[in-house]
Design a protein around this ligand. Sequence first.
Ligand SMILES: [Zn+2]
Length: 286
Amino acid sequence: MVDEIVKEPFKLRRGGEMRSTNKKKGQDQMKVCIETFIPEMKDKIIIDKTINNNAGRRFRPDYLLEDLNLIFEYNGMQHYINPFKLRGDDIKKEFYANHTDKNGIDKKYDTIRWPYFFQLTKPIAKFVFRDLMKHFSEENSQINKNGYYSDEKYYRAIGEIYNDPFDLNRKKKATEEKHVLSPGFHGTREVPATFCDKGIERFIKDLSWKCDAKDRGCPCNAKVPESIKHQIKRSLDLYCGDLKKNEEKWLIIPEHNEQYKKFFKFVLDEKYTNLFYGRDPSTYKT
Ligand SMILES: [Zn+2]
């Protein structure tokens, strides 16, 4: 259906983006990513299982790292379009942060959310696996104080998750950051125009969050990298430019949401946007 409203069909190929558990295909790029950066957790990640608790209700974290008291949640589009799902996420986060096990003993978990429009650029990898880990390690002694990031792990991870889009034989794996799919929206119906008001608020927070060191006395300096908002803006600009009818931008962006308009007013800086955008690779600078 998307192909009917754009000038050219998208050329995004399978296997080129970060996805969560796909039981049918036996693939899980998110798991591969976590295991590559935190090899201590290899084969120890508990995926989509109800956790042991005494709250009288069921919670199933996407990825539970029991030894680190840490949860990764992969947030698909429902977490932006469905207000009740958003409310549920807040309840879950609160529950994990104050969790006690079946015997009433403290077993608190920190939660890291991975929104579906994130991809594994180097700044995002550093943000998640180094800076956020430092942030949580302030109060969670199970997490390494220096985090888990290294360049060596980064290149191993992108080689596992992404293909090299410039390889016409479609065999090579990614070896450079510019092979990575840009964070954003490529040929999908899961676009910001579908987000509810609270979902737009969350979207903007995902692109601008930083640790409030003053309030918490936390030395982590964690901050969502500046690059991602430029990459997302670029993906949306390209998407709007692909529409057959220019006046149909409402299909892609929430044109009447003031917060959204204000946030995306910044001038795009191309130094951040040398990534893959799901279009014909021959049109790219290499
Ligand atoms: Zn912090």
